[in-house]
Design a binder for this molecule. Structure first.
Ligand code: KIV
Length: 280
């Protein structure tokens, strides 16, 4: 059994006290240090690195080796911030023992908590890891590793049936002992209902302002992601939930990455981000 992490407990307590959590993706030591100084609550070593670092069209080629490498880099830059690492496709679906082995590899690389996608059968995987001392974040709603099954980057939970499936998955994950539920691209009213119905904090991306916290991909926040390396710039359009904090925080035309990250943290804490225009 791994020892319980006091930094995770502290985050859960601040949510209970009414504070919003600011999370950002992070893949290296330089940004980890900068984000820690800016007060980011959780650094997510996301498998979005397949897209924003490797230039791929989706996250489907990301491996455990990529994830553990980047988790170590982030840990080198930030010793005092919670690090969440994504379990890449193929690392947790086949059986619970393999999921445990891979989750432990991420923890030994510096993560405090692992995240994986899906409800349904994944609830038992979450329970299996939690019972063995590995903190878990469940990722529901739009799940990028299933982009092909979902028919593209589409909002989830729009029909009554799909909304009630996401709600019941969130409840089951909370009962299984996960520490957070991340909700991606779901209607704001559904995210609010889920947040009010479960005992653990929710973290939203394209899920409205009523989640317990928010996450963005760093390159989206800086306005520097322009799509897959193989695609033309003219075909790229940022998703609705993205906001360019680099442009917004510039003073006299001068932009700074530190100021942009700080502005994001402040906007999340003050609930000015996401606004209605970033929500569904
Ligand atoms: O990999 C990632 O960056 C994520 C976010 C989209 C939440 O999972």
């Amino acid at each position: 059994m791994l020892p319980e992490n006091p930094m995770l407990a502290k985050l859960q307590n601040s949510v209970k006290a009414g504070e919003k959590l600011a999370m950002l993706t992070c893949y290296d030591a330089t940004f980890a240090k900068l984000m820690e100084l800016a007060g980011v609550d959780i650094l997510l070593v996301g498998d979005s690195l397949g897209m924003v670092l490797q230039g791929a069209e989706n996250t489907l080629n990301v491996s455990m080796h990529h994830m553990t490498y980047h988790t170590k880099m982030v840990k080198n830059g930030a010793q005092n911030t919670v690090i969440m690492a994504d379990m890449p496709i193929g690392s947790y679906e086949q059986d619970n023992e393999a999921a445990y082995k891979n989750a432990l590899w991420l923890i030994k690389s510096g993560a405090h908590i692992v995240k994986f996608e899906g409800g349904g059968k994944r609830v038992e995987t979450a329970r299996y890891l939690v019972e063995r001392g590995i903190p878990v974040c469940a990722h529901l709603g739009f799940t990028p590793q299933s982009v092909n099954q979902l028919g593209g980057y589409k909002i989830q939970g729009k029909t009554e049936e799909s909304a009630s499936q996401i709600l019941s998955d969130a409840k089951a994950m909370s009962e299984a002992g996960v520490s957070f539920v991340l909700l991606e691209m779901v209607p704001a009213v559904l995210a609010k209902k889920i947040t009010e119905s479960i005992n653990v904090p929710t973290i939203g991306i394209g899920a409205g302002v009523d989640c317990s916290g928010q996450v963005l991909v760093l390159q989206d926040l800086l306005g520097i992601y322009t799509g897959a390396a193989s695609k033309s710039l003219v075909d790229f359009k940022s998703p609705r939930f993205v906001k360019n904090f680099l442009a917004e925080s510039a003073v006299n035309g001068k932009a700074s990455i530190q100021a942009a990250v700080t502005a994001y943290v402040q906007a999340v804490k003050e609930k000015t981000f996401p606004a209605a225009e970033h929500s569904y």
